[in-house]
Design a binder for this molecule. Sequence first.
Ligand code: FEO
Length: 402
Amino acid sequence: MTVLPIGDRIFEVGASHPERQLFDCLMPTPHGTTYNAYLIEGSEKTALIDAVDPLKTDVLMNNLKEAGVEKIDYLISLHTEQDHSGSNAAVLNRFPMAQVVGSEKVREMLATHLNFDPDKVRVVKEGERLSLGDKTLQFTLIPFAHWPDNTMVWLEEDRILFSSDLFGSHYATPKAFATSSAEQRVAAKAYYAEIMMPFRQQITRYTARVRQLNPRLIAPAHGPVWYNPDLILSRYEKWTGDGVKKLVTIPYVSMHDSTRLMVERLAVKLSAQGLSIICRDLGQQPDSLSLETGHFIMDLVDAAAVILATPTVLGGPHPNMAYAALIANAVRPKARFMALIGSFGWATQVEKVMESLTGNIKAERLPSVLAKGLPTEDDWSRLDALAADLGARIRGLPNLIE
Ligand code: FEO
């Protein structure tokens, strides 16, 4: 049980889930996660912002007990997804006088996703205020950060922004506040990659808005509270901006080493031009697909180029590569260049299949290099030409970032 004070009569009372290894059956969470719920005790009314994942309902209820909560006037739902609203029913069962408060979209989605009676939701509009006495909450709609219903709430007197999933991270820690540790930075980046990157245009606008608001604290729905908001805002500004790093990410699969040799050659030639190269082996171990694809998706936040390297299996890409390509396509990275390399046994349709899997990636396509069996001298030459061309193009980009 943990009740973490984050301000004057403001507590984090949600649940930590350090043993969670995978989120959305997709995203590796090596540091687990948290489902944050915030209790705000005003002079007249008490509000609970969000509940927790149903797996951790008991933790939330115990925390509310430990905090000595005798009444909740408002259960404020910033987002309907089950990791934040899944234990609403338990909260309402314990505090039946609590009024559920949410946007029109939250109201609609609570009905469709949790069979909650929409007539019991008090709807708040953009900019609307809710008084707790000496504390005032103001609502801001942030659709598609990352669901249509996401909402932020601003605690005016304390200058705390409760940002829903936005600015979150899958990072379980017994402490309330974030540090500047590399581990926490990587967790926030991985979270941005999978959850927020597909909505980069919207997230750019919301980040600018929050920067203007100048909060004292940012309290997201996952991970630690940002005690120094600039830590996360400056990263979001970089991640959502148009700049890319001199970085090439190469996810690859190799069954009999032909593709691996090509990846190594390309990596050496690119690296000799001063570029950073990350190679992700999607097939080395039973859990490589999940873990390395997760890392690859994070690379896509600021990589200038992506090289997909795969052998041909039954005419198309190795299924592990198809999996990685499908996710990369879904998160819509800002990579400027993309190419396909790999080997095949006797015939291949891999270019056609890969193109059909990556239509959302707007990167300029460079010529593929596909070798029949072990690469020949001609294949090595084509690979070297690809490296030279790609290196020159990246170095010539106008908006490179460190
Ligand atoms: Fe953390 Fe979109 O729920």
